[in-house]
Design a binder for this molecule. Structure first.
Ligand SMILES: Cc1ncc(COP(=O)(O)O)c(C=O)c1O
Length: 406
């Protein structure tokens, strides 16, 4: 349906015909025949859990993001948990992160008995604001966890500058940002440790999975220790004390990724740059068309950053329009456009309010943005028709609702 026609049509939530006959989800995996074959080959091999495909995937991943070490985990959440351990964050410590994220970022800190301290975000990118971070540093602060919201890298140079001045570790939550670049450098090679997720809605998937990249050999050692129960697997010790010998030297978990998952992801990894380019083309088309619709604010991209566009989050402006986010959301879903909202600011969840006393009003930029946000479908296997359907539905819904309230 063309935009010109769509804006004259009755909204599906009022009984009109939806723009699409089937639901377009906001994100999904893209698995090719060769990926399936690679998994089948593993199923016929001797290794199902941690075998040669894990090493192959870690090496290929490290090379793609330009890091010395890549340590795989069973999820992005586990990878965050491991990175906070590797940074040495423990009870009574504090770590500063963004409220505009999935709760796993802050939870990784709390799981180590430390306090998640939030700092408000920049109004344009919704990434953590470096001056706000600096204001929250105390003698207990050990780490900063910037989040590359929607795939747009945070202001990493400014954050590293703060970290160097105060002796802090930077753990970048790049679960949205595989394939992004910051000042020409690939995300994954810039800060002390960078964390990725391979959940199916992300850029590549292992089913569930995650990764930490680092240039630091000691962080890498601690990451490997944590994902394997805290068991040290020093080959020299086994030589001297017997092949059966192992020692548990820290409290870890089983956070290992499987050969099955790594085989699934290896082929996807080699297509990463074309997949990110497709997401960038979709984002460019969205921005060119949606920025002309009154009341719609398209996401900002700072100069010298190439976002990986995990999400495409628009905001609804109240300026001159009277759009209610819940109405727009409901109307788009009725048109079979699978919109979502990222994120309810973490400090507003009951757990964080009850445990740490966070209140509404603490982080006004993140809270204000949350009231206006809607994530539109964004995944690299979207067809051109899928993209046009989203644009038509947006025009239909926004013009339609604006007419109703006028
Ligand atoms: C910003 C962010 N951090 C962490 C995670 C956790 O990753 P996973 O689902 O792989 O555990 C997610 C997942 O959606 C995320 O979006």
């Amino acid at each position: 349906m063309s935009v010109a026609r769509a804006i004259t049509e009755k909204l599906a939530m009022h009984g009109g015909t939806p723009v699409r006959s089937t639901l377009l989800s906001y994100g999904r995996q893209s698995i090719q025949e060769e990926d399936i074959q690679a998994v089948v080959d593993v199923l016929r091999s001797d290794w199902l859990t941690t075998g040669p495909k894990v090493d192959e995937f870690e090496e290929a991943f490290a090379a793609i993001v330009g890091a010395k070490h890549a340590i795989s985990f069973s999820s992005g959440t586990a990878a965050l948990h491991g990175a906070v351990f590797a940074a040495g964050v423990t009870e009574d410590d504090e770590a500063i992160t963004s409220p505009m994220t999935f709760c796993a970022t802050a939870n990784a800190v709390v799981h180590h008995g430390a306090t998640a301290v939030f700092a408000d975000v920049c109004p344009d990118t919704l990434n953590i604001d470096p001056p706000q971070v600096e204001r929250r540093i105390t003698r207990y602060t050990r780490a900063i966890l910037p989040v590359d919201y929607a795939g747009h890298p945070a202001d990493l140079d400014a954050i590293m500058d703060i970290a160097e001045r105060y002796g802090l570790v930077v753990i970048e939550d790049a679960c949205h940002a595989l394939g992004a670049r910051y000042r020409g450098r690939p995300v994954g090679s810039i800060v002390h440790m960078t964390v990725f997720s391979f959940h199916p809605v992300k850029h590549i998937t292992t089913g569930e999975g995650g990764m930490v990249t680092t240039d630091d050999a000691e962080f890498a050692r601690r990451l490997r220790l944590f994902r394997n129960h805290g068991i040290s697997s020093d080959a020299r010790e086994r030589q001297t004390k017997g092949q059966w010998h192992y020692e548990m030297v820290a409290l870890g978990l089983n956070y290992r990724l499987t050969d099955i998952g790594c085989a699934l992801a290896l082929g996807q990894l080699h297509k990463l740059s074309s997949n990110v380019a497709r997401r960038q083309a979709i984002a460019a088309r969205y921005t060119a068309t949606l920025s002309n619709i009154p009341g719609v604010i398209t996401p900002a991209t700072r100069e010298s950053v190439d976002p990986a566009w995990h999400l495409y989050p628009i905001r609804l402006s109240n300026n001159g329009t009277h759009l209610d986010r819940a109405d727009v959301f409901r109307a788009l879903r009725a048109e079979n456009i699978g919109v979502n909202v990222h994120y309810i600011p973490v400090h507003l969840h009951p757990y964080y309010r009850d445990r740490f006393g966070y209140k509404r009003g603490g982080f006004p930029i993140a809270e204000g943005a949350y009231e206006q946000l809607i994530s539109l479908p964004m995944f690299h296997s979207m067809t051109d028709q899928d993209v046009e359907d989203v644009i038509s539905a947006m025009a239909k819904v926004i013009y339609g609702l604006n007419r109703e309230v006028a």
